[in-house]
Design a protein around this ligand. Structure first.
Ligand code: MHO
Length: 211
């Protein structure tokens, strides 16, 4: 992808299944995956995550969706105060930034929250070091509740990895969770920079899914 607007950010806000769907449904989010980050233990797993937190990592086109928008949604969709002590660091509220520019944006959004009387969110903000993807069954968790969807999507994304990384799977995962609707997804597909024949093929395929 030769688009220098592409950024990545990693956030934690409790169980990672929901933010995968919440952010995955948004236009401008290119790819999501869930995993463990923010700690020091090597090769954490869901059962043994050590000092890591459940996180969702996303790639986004900052020309379409700004980091500010993502962060405002992040803070308005969870309560950092309640989740921070529950199960140690597993459900910690967390934002891992990739560079100083992202760090500055995060601090600005937090400062605005304070100025609006919302208080300083008890969110850990730290530089990104590593991200360990969770097992396949956690990826696009809500979409996986619909076997017919997974079955039909195999025609487009034959491997588990291809499905996890697909923008379309991110949108449909948001749909499975009830965060978006089919009409919105179809309208967005018609704006994707692919051949219109390909757009129609994708649209027809997702319209045949039995939910
Ligand atoms: N199933 C757990 C949360 C899972 S999330 C990946 C629960 O609902 O308690 O942490």
């Amino acid at each position: 992808m030769s688009n220098n607007n592409i950024q990545s950010v990693t956030i934690g806000m409790g169980c990672f299944w929901s933010p995968d769907a919440l952010f995955g449904q948004l236009t401008g989010i290119i790819r999501t995956r869930v995993g463990f980050a923010g700690g020091t233990k090597a090769n954490p797993t869901y059962r043994q995550l050590g000092d890591h937190s459940e996180t969702v990592e996303m790639d986004f086109d900052s020309g379409i969706i700004r980091l500010e928008t993502i962060l405002n949604m992040f803070w308005s969709s969870h309560n950092p105060i309640n989740i921070n002590d529950y199960k140690g660091r597993q459900y910690r509220s967390l934002v891992l930034f990739r560079d100083q520019e992202q760090h500055r944006v995060i601090q600005d959004v937090m400062r605005n929250s304070v100025e609006q009387g919302n208080g300083m969110p008890d969110t850990e903000v730290a530089p990104y070091t590593s991200f360990y993807p969770a097992k396949e069954r956690h990826q696009k968790y809500y979409l996986k509740r619909y076997p017919d969807a997974i079955d039909k999507l195999k025609a487009l994304f034959p491997s588990d990895e291809a499905l996890t990384n697909a923008t379309l799977a991110a949108r449909l995962n948001g749909l499975a969770k009830g965060y978006t609707n089919m009409e919105k997804i179809i309208n967005e597909i018609r704006t994707w920079r692919i051949y219109s024949e390909e757009q129609e093929e994708i649209i027809q395929l997702i319209q045949r899914i039995k939910w």
